[in-house]
Write a protein that binds this ligand. Sequence first.
Ligand SMILES: Cc1ncc(COP(=O)(O)O)c(C=O)c1O
Length: 467
Amino acid sequence: MTTSPQAFSEAGKDSLAEKARDHLWMHFTRHSTYESGAGHVPVITRGEGAYVWDDQGRRYLDGLAGLFTVQVGHGRQELADAAAAQARELAFFPLWSYAHPRAIELAERLAASAPGDLNRVFFTTGGGEAVETAWKLAKQYWKLVGKPMKHKVISRNVAYHGTPQGALSITGIPAAKEMFEPLVPGGFKVPNTNLYRAPEHLRDDAKAFGLWAANRIEEAIEFEGPDTVAAVFLEPVQNSGGCFPPPPGYFDRVREICDKYDVLLVSDETICAFGRIGGMFACEDLKYQPDIITCAKGMTSGYSPIGAMIATERLFEPFKHGTTYFPHGYTFGGHPVSAAVAMANLDIFEREGLYTHVRENGPAFRATLEKLLDLPIVGDVRGEGFFYGIELVKDKTTRESFNDDESERLLRGFLSKALFDAGLYCRADDRGDPVVQLAPPLIIGQKEFDEIEGILRNVLTEAWSIL
Ligand SMILES: Cc1ncc(COP(=O)(O)O)c(C=O)c1O
């Protein structure tokens, strides 16, 4: 499970932290820490650029862009203005048989940037809904074209694809699922592309490992029966588990397999789109053509919620005729205020050259984090663009990881608090092996890379000494 950053400031009586403890039900959060008084709820009150401040006035470098979201940084007046102007003009109208200008403009803009003929945009309010939408579309599409048994989905171990019950079936994290079983049937898992934990004979040959991992998808399709498999859901760079980029050739082989068995390839870019890897869509950075893209978070840099499923012309074609329609939607999908904010946000990307900035500075960010490899606790630094995971190990030579108790003490008992106290908001996570995850706003440069490295160095050195 995720460890949420825990603030440990001295909250006063009747403080916001106390009110939060008594009334706010936080997401993926162990409330016992707060109930027992062992810690106070961290309350973040404002943000500017790459930094946020808490209610005690302390400053933190936002090493996770909120939640992989605040691409252009905090405190952008023009995004607040865009929201206010839209709320004044048309605060709300649904996309249920009607349209409004901002959704139309945004759909056109996304379609223009998405590769190939990914031209049809279905708006949601977030990433999980986009994933849910993609699975439902895949099921209906195959029914409409005469392959009604195609309904199953293949995805990867430890991957996170959201919390609606369909998206949760696609998610590969048992601890996030077991309390909600039985989930939507039809979700099957294959190995992910964690090269550091690859079978030993493949660890030194990324290409061979990529081929091996892709072939596991073919194996699963064969095993389940190609006539029953609707889609494969993959992130460009898998977040959960700590940033697994695709090995060379991986997506070429996946595309080949999907074509061979008539299975849709869904690129879940909830995190990776909007500059996180470099381009507006990461499938372009990594050079593959999906049938569907799902995206959300960075589209508005988090200033207002929105998500989208972008589908090819081929998938939309059956919906152009007769009485056929997609019986699916969300009241707030494509909300006018969010769509207006997204347009203004994408203007900032273009005006400030953020895609180029990530492409040019990603290698320096990586190189700065790789300095940490001289620490005994740092086993691996991996990722792409402005998106990195640092895997922590007990023994670098054998790659031995921490057991559950050690992981609990290390991540929850020490690291989350110590990093936050040291002024870095990021995530210490053990949904796979223990990792520290970094995905800062896309506006930072060497000064902040050094600040992140410095804080991590001090805290990880201390962590090793108290283990
Ligand atoms: C790859 C991926 N898919 C889906 C989701 C779910 O998105 P949301 O929380 O907006 O529903 C996430 C959230 O982090 C994600 O990382």
